[in-house]
Design a binder for this molecule. Structure first.
Ligand code: ADP
Length: 588
């Protein structure tokens, strides 16, 4: 339980007041009694002196006049009056009737009486067995015709004590009301005194909560105002530091957000303490993984093995890992243990996705292999036939020699076509390549393509039907490149349509675009190959394509050209029922 400072302050004030008040009360109690007694003694002495003067002048005979004198003096004053003869006999007493006087003890042994006979006055404080109370005695000697006598006044101390008690009650009441007043003032004072402390405490609490903007009012020049100044300085310094930290954090956050590489930091126990968005994307997790053990979030054994290696060996570690998922990815990972002196604080890991690089490398390798493969066969054939001609094997048969040369020329043509296609593709795929597009009518282009392939279709007995081009709005195109699109598509359609079959080329306007469909009634394309036919060197039936003089580049060129025209291309096919290549172009 916390006791507020003002209660402590109030408590200490009260303790002080109680100690002082109690001490004062005890002291005054003692002193007042003594004072009262001495005052009473003085008064009694004066009274006794007066009484002796009256006794001296008013008595002729001690034995005869003393009882009446004592009674008269007793009545006039408050004390008991006793007149004692020189032999100690009581001659008169204000409270004893004359006949009983002789029964009283001899008073010569009373100290005050003795002292009075010896020196004029005597005083004593003694317990009276007769009255059962403390008594104050004052005795003064005086002269009578019958010799010296002593007049003694006796006053019970009960009266003094009662006055003392009254005094004490008054003193007590005064002290209690003083205490109550003091308590009230102490309370107010403690509140006033503790107010700045409360403000300082509130300010410290606010600082604790992270509010460094508030400032304490500095009043006066005491220690508390000094403390307020220190607190203000402190919060202003913390505020500056926090702002600096915030800025640093903002910068770090921006760097982490902008980083292409995934970044992860763990503590020494393997719990994740920081990840950036790239990491979350790579591993398909959200930033809520922070605080969870790495082993729990990553079901990739390689990842955990790397972490264990880096934290166990406490040295930098590089490793390429593969993470499976919807898309398999290859990552290079760099693990750095975080060390402070010899203490292991955790691990920082950076993940770089090199899947694209790997893919490009694979494509490049495949491309080189494909090109070599494509070139190898015709080169081997050409070489074989040329060697046969050189060896003079067919010299005697000019007919065969001509056919050999024709074979050589055909394969040289195919090679030239392949090289031409490769050069076209390289040109189309280069980043800086663009087409100059202008509005033209498609009809002229399609007619030229059809007539270009006229001999081939005639040879195969395939009819080409062109519909919808007349009256079509112009489209944005490069006519010679667009002609190549039609030639390639039509060439395939004629090639794959059985003899006597029909190929249709249809055009129709669709909103801002013109849609062209090249449909044949050939064998069609299996569903698994539909997305791949636009890839370089992809062929559904390699042997057949090669036989037909295909090199697997025609559709790749078509796709690039359509895209360069700002259009889209797709293929629909039902095996056994032909294929339809559909592309769109923008209206001019
Ligand atoms: P190719 O020179 O081999 O014809 P393409 O790039 O033009 O190369 O075509 C790629 C592959 O797509 C072909 O080998 C063939 O298997 C398939 N293909 C293209 N057009 C058709 C079509 N009209 N009917 C059936 N298959 C086709």
């Amino acid at each position: 339980m916390t006791v507020p400072f003002r209660w402590k302050l109030l408590g200490s004030y009260l303790l002080l007041i109680l100690l002082l008040g109690g001490g004062l009360y005890l002291y005054l109690d003692q002193r007042m009694e003594a004072l009262q007694r001495s005052v009473l003694q003085g008064e009694l002495l004066t009274e006794a002196k007066l009484a002796t003067l009256m006794a001296e002048s008013g008595m002729r005979d001690l034995t005869r006049d003393a009882p009446a004198m004592a009674t008269a003096l007793g009545r006039a004053g408050s004390a008991r009056v006793t007149i004692i003869a020189r032999d100690g006999r009581v001659a008169g007493d204000s409270e004893v009737p004359p006949p009983a006087l002789k029964e009283l003890e001899n008073h010569l042994d009373r100290p005050e009486v003795n002292a009075a006979f010896a020196g004029g006055t005597g005083q004593a404080l003694r317990y009276s067995a007769t009255l059962k109370t403390d008594m104050l005695y004052v005795a003064i000697s005086f002269r009578t015709s019958g010799g010296p006598a002593v007049l003694r006044l006796a006053l019970p101390l009960a009266a003094v004590n009662q006055a003392g008690r009254q005094m004490n009650t008054l003193l007590g009441a005064g002290l209690v009301s003083g205490l109550i007043l003091a308590m009230l003032f102490s309370y107010i004072l403690s509140r006033i005194m503790s107010h700045p402390l409360r403000l300082i405490a509130d300010s410290a609490r606010e600082i604790g909560r992270g509010n460094f903007r508030q400032r304490l009012a500095v009043l006066g020049s005491d220690e508390l105002s000094e403390m307020a100044t220190v607190m203000n300085d402190m919060s202003s310094r913390i505020e500056t530091q926090m702002e600096k930290l915030e800025r640093e954090k903002g910068r770090l956050d921006a760097i982490l957000r902008g980083m292409g590489e995934g970044l992860m930091v763990t503590d020494s126990a393997g719990a994740i303490t920081l990840v950036n968005p790239a990491f979350c994307e790579l591993f398909g997790v959200s930033s809520t993984v922070v605080g969870r053990p790495l082993i729990e979030i990553a079901r990739y054994p390689d990842l955990n093995a790397c972490y264990r290696h880096a934290s166990g060996e406490r040295s930098e570690y590089h490793r390429e890992i593969v993470i499976s998922g919807i898309r398999e990815r290859v990552l290079t990972t760099h693990w750095v243990p975080l060390m402070d002196q010899q203490k292991h604080l955790g691990v920082v890991a950076v993940f770089h996705d090199i899947s694209d690089l790997k893919r490009l490398e694979k494509i490049r390798k495949e491309f080189v292999a494909n090109v070599s493969h494509e070139l190898k066969t015709p080169v081997t054939i050409i070489k074989g036939y040329a060697e046969a001609l050189l060896d003079g094997l067919v010299i005697s048969d000019p007919q065969r020699a001509v056919s050999f040369v024709e074979v050589i020329r055909n394969h040289a043509d195919r090679q030239a076509e392949l090289i031409g296609n490769l050069l076209t593709l390289a040109e189309l795929e280069s980043e800086e390549f663009t087409l100059e597009l202008h509005p033209f009518d498609l009809e002229g282009v399609v007619r030229r393509a059809v007539s270009f392939l006229g001999p081939k279709s005639l040879e195969r007995g395939v009819t080409v039907q062109v519909t919808g081009f007349t009256g079509l709005p112009p489209v944005l195109m490069d006519p010679s490149r667009m002609e190549q699109v039609f030639v390639n598509l039509l060439d395939n359609a004629v090639k794959y349509t059985i003899a006597g079959g029909k190929v249709e080329i249809r055009a129709e306007a669709e909103g801002e675009r013109v849609k062209v469909t090249v449909r044949d009634h050939g064998p069609g394309i299996p569903p698994q190959s539909l997305t791949r036919v636009f890839e370089r060197f992809y062929r559904v039936d390699e042997g057949r394509s090669r036989e037909d003089g295909g090199n697997g580049l025609g559709l790749a060129i078509v796709k690039h050209l359509v895209h360069l025209h700002g259009g889209t291309i797709s293929v629909e096919s039902t095996p056994g029922h032909g294929s339809a290549f559909i592309f769109t172009l923008k209206k001019g």
